[in-house]
Design a protein around this ligand. Structure first.
Ligand code: 5GP
Length: 234
C-alpha cells in the first residue's frame, strides 16, 4: 500500500517536471545557433552603389540592417517556419516597438507608397528572425534595444574618424571599435576615378538570449575590405 503511494507521488512529480521542462524548451522553429550578428549599416555606403534607388533624405547615422542568428562554425540558419506577410500589420509587435523600429530601422530604398519600412522588416524577419525561435515582439524589441545602446558614429568620431570621403587606415577602424571585436564589412566606391573600399556595415555580436552585445570571438575582422585604407563616405 505504502509503495503504491510512493510510486504515485514519483509519477506525479515526473509529470510536473516534464511539463515544466517542455515550457522551458525552445519553440518548434527554434534553430541551433550560437549568437546573433546585429548588423548596422552606414546608409551613404548603401545608397552610393550603382543602381541604388534610395529615398531622398539619406540618414547620416548607422541604421539597423538586421539581426542574424549565427553558429560558431560560420553557419547562418535562414528561412525557418514562421514567415508573415507583413510585420506591421501582423498585430504581433506593439506600437511602442514599431515606433522605435521606424526610427532606427528605416528602409533606405525608395518605395511607391508609404515609407516601406515594414517591407524591409518583413524580409528580415522571414529570412533571419524566424530562425531565432522567438516571437516577433521579442525579436524586434531585442534588436532595437541592443542597437539603441550603441552610438558607432560617436565612437568613430571620438577617434578622429569622420564621414568625410577620406581614406583611413584599417587599423584606425579596428582600434576605434576594438572593444566590440566586430566584423567591419566593406563594399566598393568610385573615388577620384579609382575604385576604393568603403565602410558599409559593422556587425556586432549579440548574446543568443538577446540580452547584451559582447566582443566577438576572433578580434576585429574585415570582410571584403581589401588590404589598404578604407573610405568613410559622407
Ligand atoms: P540579407 O539578405 O543578407 O538580410 O541582406 C542583404 C539584402 O538587404 C540586400 O539585398 C540589400 O539590398 C538589402 N538591404 C540592405 N539595406 C536595405 C534597405 O534599407 N532596404 C531594403 N529594402 N533592402 C535593404
Amino acid at each position: 500500500m505504502r509503495s503504491m503511494k510512493v510510486n504515485g507521488i514519483a509519477v506525479a512529480t515526473a509529470v510536473v517536471a516534464c511539463s515544466w521542462l517542455s515550457f522551458l524548451a525552445p519553440t518548434s522553429n527554434a534553430q541551433n545557433f550560437d549568437f546573433f550578428y546585429l548588423v548596422m549599416q552606414w546608409p551613404p555606403a548603401f545608397c552610393n552603389q550603382p543602381g541604388a534607388r534610395c529615398k531622398p533624405r539619406i540618414p547620416r547615422t548607422f541604421t539597423i540592417h538586421g539581426m542574424w542568428p549565427q553558429t560558431n562554425s560560420g553557419g547562418s540558419p535562414q528561412d525557418c517556419p514562421g514567415a508573415v506577410p507583413d510585420v506591421r500589420r501582423s498585430g504581433q509587435v506593439d506600437e511602442a516597438t514599431l515606433g522605435l523600429m521606424d526610427r532606427q530601422w528605416p528602409n533606405l530604398k525608395r518605395v511607391r507608397r508609404g515609407n516601406g519600412n515594414s517591407q524591409f522588416w518583413t524580409y528580415e524577419w522571414n529570412k533571419h528572425g524566424t530562425c531565432s525561435g522567438w516571437s516577433l515582439q521579442r525579436y524586434f524589441r531585442a534588436t532595437v534595444d541592443r542597437a539603441s545602446g550603441v552610438d558607432l558614429l560617436r565612437e568613430l568620431r571620438s577617434n578622429g574618424i569622420q564621414p568625410d570621403n577620406q581614406l583611413y587606415a584599417r587599423n584606425r577602424f579596428g582600434n576605434a571599435l576594438g572593444r566590440y571585436s566586430a566584423v567591419i564589412s566593406c563594399n566598393n566606391v568610385r573615388r577620384r576615378r579609382t575604385i576604393s573600399k568603403q565602410i558599409h556595415e559593422i556587425w556586432l555580436c549579440v548574446h543568443k538570449d538577446g540580452s547584451r552585445i559582447f566582443p566577438c570571438a576572433r578580434g576585429t575582422r574585415f570582410r571584403n575590405c581589401g588590404g589598404g585604407a578604407i573610405v568613410f563616405s559622407s
